[in-house]
Structure formats: structure tokens, C-alpha cells
Design a protein around this ligand. Sequence first.
Ligand code: HEC
Length: 133
Amino acid sequence: MTSFVKSWAAALALTVMTSGAAFAQPANDEATKEAYIKQGEVVFNDYCSACHGANGEGGSGPALAKNGFVNGRAAVINQVLFGATDHGMPPFAPVLTDEQVAQVATYIRNSWGNKAGIVLPRSVELRRTETSN
Ligand code: HEC
């Protein structure tokens, strides 16, 4: 009986832990970075390329290829979340999840000659809750 109760409690604990009450943060490693670059390309093509060009060459928005702006992690996250509404870029905070913003930010920071670190969802979450742009 005791062991039954114990294993029931263990199963319940496991269910609670894996039921996704909190979003599991990805590891800050090369594998995650590679995955984010791939997934970020999809987000970019869906939401950004119309203005920034399929190859980051620019269009109605500035070129992101070889653009030092993308090296600033906070600057990129803020730009994507809040846009520049008076200069023609919409805010994506209402549209993209923290993970999608992290993916697209990692992608533009590591494409077309740009080379910078991964952006993780928790960094996006922190900035999303800030009121200032
Ligand atoms: C409707 C057009 C449009 C879309 C869609 C758009 N942008 Fe922009 N983006 C702009 C414009 C215009 C600017 C310049 C804003 C300014 O001068 O303040 C800009 C600026 C930026 C910058 C700063 C570049 C710099 O040198 O100042 C980044 C980074 C950026 N966008 C990333 C993205 C990403 C990532 C997406 C997709 C999630 C996206 N943009 C979608 C129009 C757009």
C-alpha cells in the first residue's frame, strides 16, 4: 500500500512537471542556435522579408545584411517587439511568441554576413514586459 501511494505520488509529480505549466527554456548551446536560425528563417520569410528583402538586402525597410544594428541584442528585441510605428515598422509583440521573436532575432543576427550570439525567449519575455521602447 505504501509503495502504491509512493508511486502514485511520483506519477502525479511527474505529470505536474511535464504538463507544461511553465514554458521549458531551451539550452543556451550551439544546437539550439542552429535550430533557431532554421526556424527563424521561416518567421522572417512570413513576417519580415516583404520590407527587409528575402536576403536581408532591404526594401521599404533598411538592409539587415551586414548591418551592425543586429549586434545589439536588446536593440533587436525591442525593434521587433515594438517596431518603429512612426517610421514604418509595425510592432510584432501582439503577433509573435517570445520563442518566435528569439528565433527571428537569432536568424537575422547570423545571416548575410552577420555573426552574433543566440537570443533566448527569456530575454524577449523580459523586454516584452517593459513599457518603454
Ligand atoms: C512594413 C514593413 C516592415 C516589416 C514587415 C518589418 N520591418 Fe523592420 N523595419 C522597417 C522600417 C521602415 C525600419 C526602419 C525604422 C526606423 O528608421 O526607425 C525597420 C527597422 C528594422 C530594424 C533596425 C534596422 C536599423 O538599421 O535601424 C530591424 C533589426 C528590423 N527592422 C527587423 C525586422 C524584423 C525581424 C521583422 C519581422 C519580424 C521586421 N523588421 C518587419 C520596416 C518593416
